[in-house]
Design a protein around this ligand. Sequence first.
Ligand SMILES: Cc1cc2nc3c(=O)[nH]c(=O)nc-3n(C[C@H](O)[C@H](O)[C@H](O)COP(=O)(O)OP(=O)(O)OC[C@H]3O[C@@H](n4cnc5c(N)ncnc54)[C@H](O)[C@@H]3O)c2cc1C
Length: 393
Amino acid sequence: MQKNFDVIIIGAGAAGLMCGIEAGKRNKKVLIIEHTSKIAEKIRISGGGRCNFTNLYSNNENFLSKNNHFCKSAFSKYTQNDFINLFKKHKIDFHEKKLGQLFCNNSAKDIIEMLINECEMQNVKIKIDTKVKSIVRKGNLYTLKTANENFLCSSLVIATGGLSIPKIGASDFGYKIANQFDLKVTKLYPALVPLTFQDNTLEFCKSLAGISVEATVKINKTIFNEGLIFTHRGISGPSILQISSYWKPGNEIEVNLSPQNSMDEILKERRKKTPKQNISNVISDFLPNKLALAITNLLNTKQKIGEASNETLNKISDFINKLRVLPTGTEGYKTAEVTLGGIDTSEIDSSTMECKKYSGLYFIGEVIDVTGHLGGHNFQWAWSSGYAAGQNV
Ligand SMILES: Cc1cc2nc3c(=O)[nH]c(=O)nc-3n(C[C@H](O)[C@H](O)[C@H](O)COP(=O)(O)OP(=O)(O)OC[C@H]3O[C@@H](n4cnc5c(N)ncnc54)[C@H](O)[C@@H]3O)c2cc1C
């Protein structure tokens, strides 16, 4: 048996649900197909359960893409304020944590409930536990086969997201469909992901697992200044997740563990003023005790500061202010928040999200080569691209 819809969306995540709602408002008969038993799982687990659902300052500068201007059109159609207004309509309370990042006061589940309510209001059908086995395009129509039913639609939207966190439903479906239709896909990498090390650096990180500092991290001209935390596998925290999107194997990262302080000047001054103090005690005025001790152990500088040569103090200040580290890898898609890369933006119309080569075929959200910084930008892209397609399907 074959069921007909105007619009079929594959993937019931942030982008797919937004697209469904908007298409529904235009009286389109909409079906959303989800292959897992739960919709919008990434919304549920995001932002520590409170979902950092947008960012007040989101703009194309917060995104990595082969074409950094591609996202502008969708952002101008549906802004942060539009999503905030949806929140207000549903009386969901939220707050700004820092740097324009907006979070739910209560729970990310409030957003999922809001999206489900909106889908119901617009008569959008959602089918869970359903796997699409094949897609065939004939004329301007798309036929989808699942285990039990066939579906026909004139607009097919691929909203299956990226590869991160496979255990909650991530799949390579969108990229495979791109392949089937001979669309270019840029190289894919795990991004917003902790970095890993081996050998001595790993041992150093392991011994400090759980210790955090405010740090500046830098690759070439890209720089982030946020928290850094040592882990059992290497380093993580917001600054590291951010820089990971710019990191490629073989790249060194410059880390400043105490960006507010010029340790070179401070150590030399303290050598004069408090020569009897142990170096580690001096450093622990600026860094956590355990880190200060680990640094002096590693550099073999356990003496009193008054006995330290310029060379010794330079070695310490370089370690703190200009540490260069060479990660051996990342924790991969198992823990990455997003996938860097995706459907090449040159294949897609930036104002409608429709594929340039195939009318009626759309891609939205993370599956496209548009990857946001940490801080609510990725969800804003999901809302905006979902909205843009929703106006056109
Ligand atoms: C742990 C974590 C925390 C995050 N926190 C934030 C945050 O606070 N703020 C922020 O902006 N971003 C955050 N992100 C990123 C954000 O979740 C994603 O960028 C966003 O969800 C992408 O939306 P999407 O709709 O494109 O894809 P998704 O939300 O991934 O939705 C895709 C949907 O498609 C389904 N699907 C996949 N394959 C198939 C298939 N073959 N058939 C049918 N359905 C399929 C999936 O099960 C899923 O439901 C976080 C990500 C993770 C992993």
